[in-house]
Design a protein around this ligand. Sequence first.
Ligand code: NAD
Length: 353
Amino acid sequence: MNISDGFTLDVNPARIVFGAGSLARVGDEVAAVGGQRALVLATPFQRADAEALAARLGPRAAGVFAEAAMHTPVEVTARAMAEFTRLGADCVVALGGGSTIGLGKAIAYRNGCPQIVVATTYAGSEVTPILGQTENGLKTTVRGPRILPEVVIYDPDLTLSLPVGMSVTSGLNAIAHAVEGLYARDRNPVTSLMALEGIRALRDALPGIVRDPADRRARAGALYGSWLCGTVLGTVGMALHHKLCHTLGGSFDLPHAETHAILIPHTAAYNACPDLDGAAALFGGALGPGLWDFARDLGAPLALADLGLKETDLDRAADLAVQNPYWNPRPVERAAIRELLDRAFRGERPGQG
Ligand code: NAD
């Protein structure tokens, strides 16, 4: 970007606590936001971890609600709100990935309570003022200051249990935020620094996690990178890549992180531009093909066909992706998008863009 053109930067006011063992600080952080009784949130899968955290919080825990689900269904939020009131809670502690964090945000959006997040994936939702929720199968997105969590705790030890496959796709999901941040219309020098450093950290860390999921240094690096990439997502606008993932997730029920992981080499190739040169240099000079090779070497899924998408869905997906015009560094043309989707469907390596 050209600095002489000027820029604006809104800094999201979150407190970040990073480091191995920082889970032990949740109680102090609850107290620091004025909380007396925290409702601890999790998915059914992480219920035991949430119960252990509630036990650790002692009287500062009001209880556990472990029904968080993908895409924040409003009926789950309604049940959580009822529990919040019944248990006399005054804040939430969300322990988990984007699904659990979404539930905490949905509660805070409705009642304004403070949120402490203990993030255990690389999706980045914990540092964005964005909430996506679903009602009657329709996903809508809202933004607002109440939605942004007040405190985020990043304890890399909690990510040791994140399976290698999820670590890889979640890490590529984070990289996708940063890639789109690099050419965002409202980017600025600070978000571009964060994006590039976030991509670098994940590029260095993910192979180490694949080699040894218990590698604590690699785990810390990946979580650090995901914080930076998530911060970029929460600060600047996204374009073609996020739009395509939203379409495929919403209309064809494809899984979130895997869809991001498969599409990012293709959307990066489609949007190849000088703003991506720094990131391209991290992957051998051409970002799209370089990211595809990186993902393949990590054992990531490469073909949308493997996620259950049908070849007959591709035309409708292309139609949906060009339906509502939005800004993108390169014009969004149906024929080119259809071709992009075709390559991603078959798991083919993208060209130079
Ligand atoms: P997730 O939260 O759905 O987690 C997937 C599964 O992994 C869950 O069962 C979870 O309990 C489990 N899990 C999480 N951390 C674990 C760990 N360390 N060890 C073992 N298991 C663990 O997955 P996600 O990819 O983090 O989140 C996806 C959701 O987040 C989507 O609904 C997406 O739309 C949303 N999201 C929102 C934003 C935003 O800014 N609003 C940003 C990114 C993602």
